[in-house]
Write a protein that binds this ligand. Sequence first.
Ligand code: OAA
Length: 169
Amino acid sequence: MSNIPAPTFSTCDFCDAYKNDDSGSFRVLPPVFRDFGGLTQFSGPISTVQCHEDNSLVKAALDTPGEGRVLVVDGGSSLRRALVGGNLAAAAARNGWAGVVVDGCVRDVAELSASAVGIRALANMPLPTEKRGQGLRDVAVRIQGVWVRPGDWLYADADGIVIHTTALP
Ligand SMILES: O=C([O-])CC(=O)C(=O)O
């Protein structure tokens, strides 16, 4: 007997069902994200932050109730600063965020993997940001060329990350 809970969805099954959908409702993120969190599988409605080497708004978001949402952070793919670290990951888990997807870097990888939250990012980078209070919250963002909008649903598992405009069955 294993203590690992059975997956409740499969991104491969979603892709089988939607691969011919050309409406734009179903999108697949390019396979450039690494898994850093304590949860490999997560899903939820999306909230977004857009920022550049300043994680002030990421911290502000993760310090509020997540209510099962996934925070998608458009960090412009910068590899120069970490937008999420151990403290923010712990806050995300404590406040009920399902996951955080960062188009950018993270740090404190041991703490991230010990946090009960999904965390995907491009890479790890030990340098933190300068907090200047700059960025945008809940705007449409382009992640690796794919539009992601607040209120879209995100599904992540070991095979990848997919987005749909509504919750998938
Ligand atoms: O606060 C930061 O900039 C990120 C960080 O190191 C943490 O979340 O622990």
